[in-house]
Design a protein around this ligand. Structure first.
Ligand SMILES: *Cc1c(COP(=O)(O)O)cnc(C)c1O
Length: 369
């Protein structure tokens, strides 16, 4: 047998896959029969815990699905936005993930329009209200909670309020915020919230999930242009026999349930947010001391991932390699306009990890020339 070489011990300062707890990784050492009672019960715990994170037990249904975050976004848009003639999507875009939702809707043949803001500005509620007044055909509005492109926090509540006022349905890409930033379905009027296993829940990659309002799900039968990504059908399956329709990533499910138990043990989303905020504060202060300029203004920066401008003459590839060789994995930029790189604040990390990262950045020198 040729063993798979273990990667050199590295910690990930990335938005997912990210650094996980050893307890979460240990949960993956069993084989599970996907139709067995033990796994059905694990799936039930997963769905219950996902709802509990956002207080959606009374109003929403948790629908986990195989795949990365984009798969659940594609599944949710396809399931909830009806075909032409009955459905039209308005996407609020200030980064790559808003643009991706627009691309998905267009690929699905759903009428879709966008309202755009610069990548360093939050979306605003007033133009949304105006757009909904001007176009009665719009049935759904999609917004990204934390735009991971930059790390910017979009104002969910004001947007949700105008969408509700206009009688339309709100779809929230909460991929990089779910489990840390406040999101309470008892008060937030959202038809669906989408997220994945490998971000603030600190699970391993392989599962996306949507929390879908019961009435939105009931109205969505037959909408989906996809067989495998039909969340109404998958929700019916969970109701009927507690099972995934198609082969589930059983070890990933086990790891995610373990990660959700660890979230509860940590003190829930508020405690996790406090840890991420401490991480982010340590990072921002240290990077400023080293002369790096944050891309975002402080008031719109979420404590999830931070974008820094590349200094003049900066060689990201060399910088990345130098850090990686010393055990620290960071993340490239994703901006259309500016030369940047990113450092994640999420994952099983504490401020001391950032102190070590910053000392290493100081040692190799900002431009790593
Ligand atoms: C990570 C992420 C996604 C999904 O990306 P995948 O690479 O498919 O997991 C979608 N939206 C946001 C805001 C994200 O951060």
């Amino acid at each position: 047998m040729i063993p798979i070489p273990a990667p050199a011990s590295q910690i990930l300062f990335t938005p997912g896959p990210l650094t996980t707890s050893p307890l979460t990784r240990q949960a993956m050492t069993h084989d599970w029969g996907s139709r067995d009672a033990a796994f059905i019960s694990l799936t039930a715990e997963l769905r219950q815990r996902l709802l509990a994170v956002a207080h959606g037990e009374a109003t929403h249904v948790a629908v986990p699905l195989q795949g990365s975050g984009t798969f659940i976004v594609e599944a949710t848009l396809g399931t909830l936005v009806p075909p032409p003639g009955r459905g039209k999507l308005l996407v609020l875009a200030n980064g790559a993930y808003g643009e991706r939702m627009l691309a998905i809707a267009e690929r699905q043949g759903r009428p879709a329009v966008a309202l755009r803001w610069p990548e360093d500005r939050p979306v605003e509620a007033a133009p949304v209200a105006e757009a909904l007044r001007a176009d009665p055909a719009i049935t759904h509005v999609a917004v990204v909670h934390c735009e991971t492109t930059t790390g910017l926090l979009n104002p969910l509540e004001p947007v949700a309020a105008v969408v509700k006022e206009a009688g339309r349905a709100l779809l929230v890409d909460a991929m990089s915020s779910f489990g840390a930033l406040p999101l309470d379905l008892r008060t937030l009027p959202a038809a669906a919230v989408m997220a994945s296993s490998n971000k603030c829940l600190e699970g391993v990659p392989g599962i996306g999930y949507a929390l879908i309002a019961r009435e939105a799900l009931a109205a969505a039968e037959g909408n989906s242009p996809s067989l495998a990504l039909d969340l109404a059908a998958q929700a019916r399956g969970y109701e009927k026999n507690g099972q995934w329709r198609f082969t589930p990533p059983v070890q990933v499910v086990a790891a995610l349930v373990q990660a959700l138990r660890l979230l509860e043990a940590e003190g829930g989303p508020a405690a996790r947010l406090a840890r991420y905020r401490a991480n982010c504060d340590a990072l921002m202060a240290g990077m400023r001391r080293l002369g790096f300029e944050p891309y975002l203004a402080e008031e719109v920066q979420a404590p999830i991932i931070a974008t820094f401008r590349a200094p003049p003459g900066f060689d990201f590839a060399r910088f990345y390699r130098a850090l990686s060789e010393r055990g620290f994995v960071i993340y490239p930029g994703k901006l259309s306009q500016a030369e940047t790189f990113r450092i994640g604040c999420i994952g099983a990390l504490v401020p001391a990890d950032f102190t070590r990262l910053l000392a290493t950045i100081a040692a190799i020198g900002g431009t790593a020339a």
